[in-house]
Design a binder for this molecule. Structure first.
Ligand code: CU1
Length: 159
């Protein structure tokens, strides 16, 4: 009797899983196109020069990996999103803010999204809403470690 009840319950559970699994897979696929990975190295480079974000991503996650060996003090990297027009100003203000502030002025409204600064072997991630971004707007990502943005920058296309 107990066995039969258990078998029935297990069968019902399996049926439920069969119903839910395709839904979960679909949700994951939808979210994945809004998640991006970018890697920095000890040669002051990102491995990507452009990120293409679909316009229906309500939020975006960017995960920055540092594939190098140098510490953050020597070769730190972050990932910072700005309006392209603000790039130089944010890079200069970031330099002055120092490593203790992740090379970004605290509370700077020109910073649309940012990770902390990481050193070799470390990873940092940021998730942000796209509600304030304009589709087709001119956005650039950069590393604000002093001097890095000359090489470490790229286009952030949304929409
Ligand atoms: Cu950097």
């Amino acid at each position: 009797m107990n066995l039969m009840r258990n078998t029935l319950a297990a069968g019902a559970l399996l049926g439920l899983q069969a119903l839910l699994l395709p839904l979960a897979a679909h949700a994951a696929a939808t979210a994945d196109k809004c998640k991006f990975e970018i890697t920095g190295n000890d040669l002051m480079q990102y491995d990507k020069t452009q990120l293409d974000v679909p316009g229906d991503c309500a939020q975006v996650t960017v995960t920055l990996h540092h594939a190098g060996k140098l510490p953050a003090q020597a070769m730190g990297h972050n990932w910072v999103l700005v309006n392209t027009a603000d790039l130089d100003a944010v890079a200069n203000a970031g330099m002055a803010a120092g490593l203790q502030n992740n090379y970004l002025p605290p509370g700077d409204k020109r910073v649309l999204a940012s990770t902390k600064v990481v050193g070799g072997g470390e990873t940092a991630s940021v998730t942000f809403a796209t509600a304030t971004l304009k589709k087709g707007g001119a956005y650039t990502f950069l590393c604000t470690f002093p001097g890095h943005n000359a090489l470490m920058r790229g286009k952030f296309k949304f929409g």
